[in-house]
Design a protein around this ligand. Structure first.
Ligand code: NAG
Ligand code: NAG
Ligand code: NAG
Ligand code: NAG
Ligand code: NAG
Ligand code: NAG
Length: 397
């Protein structure tokens, strides 16, 4: 069965137009925000998962999801389906003032509970915005709101926002970056900004992810190894402690009754502030982060469609024989959700090579000390960003 919910009129009228939103000057570059209509078709499924329409059902879903005998996988599928549609994806392209590495673009995919602002803190950006740090290091960078959150479309939380469709959206964005369409969108978006009028196609693409965005990034490089020139996997390593603390850790409520209420509808849940702290903040409470950072991290949180959790299994453990590029795993030392609070010793470059990316040109595991899951929102964030830029430079990127 094909679930088609393309907004046909919008599709016809917007084949290559972009909605004006915002253009901004940064200390080391320029950024422009715009919407991209992305046509995508992908396998999907009707999963046997509870409905969530109020706070009690939200907590009940979290308990269900964390229950040890709950099936996460094909065994939980009632019916296999296909989803096709044109989805509005909100994106921000930033280009550096220096031309040094301008032709290398990073495509950054955020995790659950956030949108693209995860990469681009408004709070003390010189210390906490990965976007600004990338511009300073000379890279172009594309950030986008994944389907279901931020200013992108918020389709059905059970049937539509699922992992394979999100993987396909990342593939389409990547193809658009390689073939120049992405830069055409950026140029055409209003207001006009000269910094975007004369961009040449990028020569190289580095994919970077955080958390669920790293599930997507690692599956992407495994399945489409010839569509990437390098990858940075942050806040994720596939091993026994992954998600062991369970979804109750998020302390969710129903997003439709939260303040302000979210328009996604049934099946979208949102973390309370203590859930944001549980998952995203870690390390020595006196030195790792400040109350203001936690406050900011809570203020930019986003709801999560529960179909994403039911379908996430498809992204795990994909083997990438076609990946022939460098990959860095950057783990926060005190990541509670991924490593149950201690990532030391859980990732090994040789083992990753043996099991997952045998033809990678380089595999590095780096640990960012005294830091929780939300790497940019800790005191030592810029030193962590530098670990990535140094790795890229060592590998010709
Ligand atoms: C759905 O597809 C998967 C993999 O293709 C298969 O293993 C599973 O049995 C199918 N489930 C149903 C209910 O058809
Ligand atoms: C570029 O790639 C996108 C995404 O696959 C596609 O829709 C578009 O037609 C391509 N454009 C050109 C000029 O090849
Ligand atoms: C546009 O880019 C081309 C090629 O990179 C360059 O030669 C030209 O000077 C640029 N034009 C402007 C107006 O920047
Ligand atoms: C990547 O590989 C696929 C299948 O192996 C092929 O169809 C495609 O043309 C390749 N793309 C590039 C950019 O090399
Ligand atoms: C990886 O494979 C090599 C060659 O088979 C083997 O010598 C090594 O012990 C393996 N390392 C790990 C960590 O699995
Ligand atoms: C900050 O991070 C860098 C890079 O990981 C590390 O070398 C340094 O020790 C850290 N500083 C503190 C105070 O944790």
């Amino acid at each position: 069965m094909a679930i088609v919910f393309a907004a046909a009129v919008w599709l016809l009228s917007s084949s290559i137009t972009a909605t004006p939103i915002q253009s901004s000057q940064r200390p080391n570059g320029n950024c422009k925000q715009f919407d991209i209509p992305i046509f995508a078709t992908a396998p999907s499924a009707t999963y046997d998962i509870p409905r969530v329409n109020n706070d009690i059902e939200a907590t009940a879903w979290a308990i269900y999801d964390a229950t040890r005998s709950t099936v996460h996988g094909v065994g939980n599928i009632i019916k296999n389906t296909t989803t096709s549609g044109t989805f509005k994806i909100h994106a921000q392209l930033c280009v550096p003032k220096s031309s040094q590495k301008k032709d290398i673009i990073q495509i950054a995919t955020h995790g659950v509970h956030y949108d693209s602002r995860y990469w681009d803190s408004d709070f003390q950006p010189a210390e906490h915005s990965y976007v600004d740090a990338s511009l300073k290091a000379g890279y172009s960078i594309l950030t986008y709101d994944r389907l279901g959150v931020g200013q992108s479309d918020h389709p059905d939380a059970y049937e539509v926002v699922q992992a394979p469709l999100e993987l396909e959206i990342l593939r389409q964005l990547t193809l658009m970056a390689y073939n120049g369409t992405l830069y055409t969108f950026a140029k055409q978006a209003r207001p006009n900004d000269a910094a975007f009028n004369n961009l040449t196609k990028p020569e190289k693409i580095v994919h970077i992810g955080h958390s669920f965005g790293s599930f997507l990034t690692s599956a992407f490089i495994a399945n489409y190894g010839n569509l990437t020139d390098g990858a940075i996997i942050t806040g994720y390593i596939y091993q026994q402690f992954l998600a062991q603390t369970g979804s109750t850790t998020f302390s969710v409520e129903y997003a439709g009754t939260s303040n302000p209420p979210y328009k996604g509808g049934s099946g979208y849940v949102v973390a309370r502030k203590n859930g944001i702290q549980n998952v995203f903040f870690g390390g020595d409470i006196k030195t790792a982060y400040t109350p203001a950072m936690l406050e900011y991290g809570n203020s930019i949180k986003q709801p999560v469609p529960i179909g994403e959790f039911a379908s996430a299994f498809s992204l795990l453990g994909n083997v990438g024989l076609s990946f022939k590029a460098p990959v860095q795993y950057l783990l926060p030392e005190n990541d509670f959700y991924i490593c149950r609070g201690d990532c030391n010793g859980l990732a090994d470059a040789d083992e990753i090579r043996n099991t997952t990316y045998p033809h990678a040109t380089a595999i590095e595991v780096a640990i960012q000390p005294n830091t929780g899951h939300a790497l940019p929102l800790h005191n030592n964030a810029t030193a962590g960003f530098q670990l990535t830029f140094d790795f890229l430079a060592r590998n010709g990127l």
